[in-house]
Write a protein that binds this ligand. Structure first.
Ligand SMILES: Nc1nc2c(ncn2[C@@H]2O[C@H](COP(=O)(O)OP(=O)(O)O)[C@@H](O)[C@H]2O)c(=O)[nH]1
Ligand SMILES: [Mg+2]
Length: 179
């Protein structure tokens, strides 16, 4: 029986949430995912090694669309999430400036122990390297243990890394808590 994990992906519209999830779960990138209506989810099974022991993990990855403004919907969606990816677009400064709000939102619902990674997406495009510096600074001020990546949902750069690191962190936490 695989260990089940729930992951939620949040961030401003058009930062690439659906693209990242679908590329990771389905193995290819499409230019034209429809703007996500409501809530969608994808699944991916993976093998995660901890101390030489292989664990089969089934990750359900939730993708929320335009209804993020409704607090009640958002709360339902986040309920039970064991890990969070906060996405911004490296070519869109306002999407980075909203990361703090997304972070507050998540920790209001899930508390301050939930594993969170911050991902600057669209690294295949030209972007101002200052943005990455600002993102790293933000990461360390929000919470010391946040991981910060640049990635590309289009090319796949860092894509497996983001999800596998998160799965490992969640699994490690589950195992520690069950001891
Ligand atoms: N160049 C580039 N475009 C991307 C990337 N990820 C997403 N896009 C494009 O950005 C737009 C919004 O992507 P989408 O996944 O729908 O964003 P969402 O609203 O956050 O789910 C689409 O036109 C995607 O093709 C990426 O890594 N690189
Ligand atoms: Mg979407």
């Amino acid at each position: 029986m695989p260990i089940k994990i729930k992951l939620c992906v949040l961030g401003d519209p058009s930062v690439g949430k659906t693209s990242l999830i679908r590329h990771y779960c389905e193995g290819f990138f499409k230019e034209d995912y429809l703007s996500t209506i409501g809530v969608d989810f994808n699944r991916k099974t993976m093998d995660i090694d901890i101390n030489g022991e292989t664990n089969q993990v089934m990750m359900t990855i939730w993708d929320i669309g335009g209804q993020t403004l409704w607090a009640a919907v958002r709360r339902n969606y986040l309920n039970g999430a064991q890990g969070i990816l906060l996405l911004f677009d490296l070519t869109n400064r306002s999407s980075l400036s909203h990361i703090r709000d997304w972070f507050m939102d998540v920790t209001n619902v899930l508390g301050d122990q939930v594993p969170i990674s911050i991902i600057g997406n669209k690294s295949d495009l030209e972007f101002n390297p200052n943005v990455n510096t600002i993102a790293k600074d933000l990461c360390s001020t929000l919470r010391a243990d946040l991981r910060c990546y640049t990635a590309s949902a289009k090319v796949g750069t860092n894509m497996d890394q983001v999800f596998e690191d998160m799965a490992l962190e969640i699994l490690t936490k589950i195992k520690e808590e069950s001891e």
